[in-house]
Design a protein around this ligand. Structure first.
Ligand SMILES: Nc1ncnc2c1ncn2[C@@H]1O[C@H](COP(=O)(O)OP(=O)(O)O)[C@@H](O)[C@H]1O
Ligand SMILES: [Mg+2]
Length: 377
């Protein structure tokens, strides 16, 4: 069997009706979560996000349907054993107040009967991994800030190296600055640990930033769209999705996509040793009044096309340094900002001092018209 094609998590017709309730909290949910990806469940309050997450680790037993973890029906696995293989991070963190941070992180390894030395080693490794100073390990939860407690929650969830991590509004209780930092740390962490992560959030920006795919749920756990962040913003499946993502979705895509995602070009540039004719040809091909000069991998500046033909070499003409410069890793929003606040409609793309090409307003607009992830691929 091709195990790579098998999703880490597969939900089929999963249903939950709480006792005494008139309606299903989750009606009939189908969802595949690819291995090593971050999938966000997002949607209005009460739409069944938490219920869905808690059915995966059987903190809530489904009323119907089937949930498979790596092809195994989770109802065939004893609940405690199942939960040791699934990390769980919640907003309230839920640290044991009378245990040190170290003891909190070591909860699952201890339950698994690991030797003391191995637990101590793992605990230190994890505190490094989540960016927690080791001196914190001997402290108690109430001596830590909200952000630090959240890091402990992540470290504890990762302790026994589970393949799957469930996170329920993990950054909901911290202030926006700390939240942004924790989000970046999660992305860095994911680069290294490559877990399968299901993240519940009600924050669209968070979902866009962190997810490989987003499942937008409606009341009753009904999936309105399951797509990449860029696709969700570019092509909302229906009015519900369109309204949820808002009418500034192009701006959100600009934040999400980078200059490197665009099929950018070298632009109207010639080597500084070129002659006037070559410069003129390049300008004509790009319908540009300006031409950029390069020397090796360095962009030297722009020259005005009207200066050509005066008998001077390109190197002798007055040169204007590129006012607008970006790197491939910068967002399209940053590129747009640079273009808007300079006199040109072109930004030069430099990567570690090397000239890569130019990006124009028109290219950004054209990029937004298509599938940005596809274009880069
Ligand atoms: N233990 C419970 N008993 C009865 N109803 C519940 C229980 N937990 C959740 N619900 C109901 O199920 C629906 C989905 O809740 P929940 O999954 O917590 O939503 P979300 O996490 O998307 O805000 C809501 O209508 C909620 O009131
Ligand atoms: Mg919830």
């Amino acid at each position: 069997m091709d195990t790579d094609a098998l999703p880490a998590l597969r939900l089929r017709a999963v249903r939950k009706r709480f006792p005494g309730s008139e309606a299903d909290a989750v009606q009939a949910l189908d969802l595949d979560v690819p291995r090593g990806s971050i999938v966000s469940l997002i949607g209005p309050s009460g739409c069944g996000k938490t219920t869905t997450l808690r059915m995966i680790n059987r903190l809530i037993e489904p009323t119907g349907g089937r949930i498979e973890l790596e092809g195994t029906d989770v109802s065939d696995v004893p609940a405690t054993e199942l939960r040791r293989g699934i990390g769980y991070v919640i907003q309230q963190v839920g640290l044991f107040p009378h245990r040190t941070i170290g003891a909190n992180i070591g909860t699952v390894p201890r339950a698994l009967g690991w030797a003391k030395a191995r637990i101590a080693e793992r605990t230190e490794e994890l505190s490094d991994l989540v960016g927690l100073e080791r001196v914190m390990l001997d402290r108690y939860p109430d001596e830590l800030s909200g952000g630090q407690q959240q890091r402990v929650g992540v470290a504890r969830a990762l302790a026994a190296d589970p393949p799957v991590l469930l996170m329920d509004e993990p950054f909901g209780a911290v202030d926006p600055i700390v939240r942004t930092r924790l989000q970046s740390e999660l992305l860095d962490l994911q680069e290294r640990v490559k877990k399968t992560i299901v993240l519940v959030t009600h924050d669209l920006d968070e979902a866009i930033r962190l997810s490989d795919r987003i499942a937008l749920l409606n009341v009753g756990g009904v999936i309105e769209q399951y797509a990449s962040p860029d696709e969700l913003l570019r092509a909302p499946a229906n009015d519900f999705v369109a309204e949820f993502v808002g009418d500034d979705r192009s701006m959100r895509r600009l934040t999400l996509a980078t200059v490197g995602d665009l099929p950018f070009e070298r632009g109207p540039v010639v080597d500084v040793a070129a002659n006037d004719l070559e410069a003129q040809k390049i300008m004509a091909a790009h319908r540009s009044d300006w031409v950029g000069l390069t020397e090796g991998e360095t962009f030297l500046g722009w020259i005005d096309g009207h200066e050509l033909g005066s008998g001077r070499t390109l190197n002798e003409l007055p040169r204007f340094m590129p006012a607008a410069q970006v790197t491939p890793a910068q967002s399209l929003r940053a590129a747009l900002e640079v273009i808007m606040t300079s006199r040109t409609s072109v930004a030069v793309i430099n990567d570690a001092g090397r000239f890569r090409g130019v990006v124009t307003l028109e290219q950004i607009r054209a990029g937004l018209a298509g599938d940005l992830a596809e274009q880069a691929a």
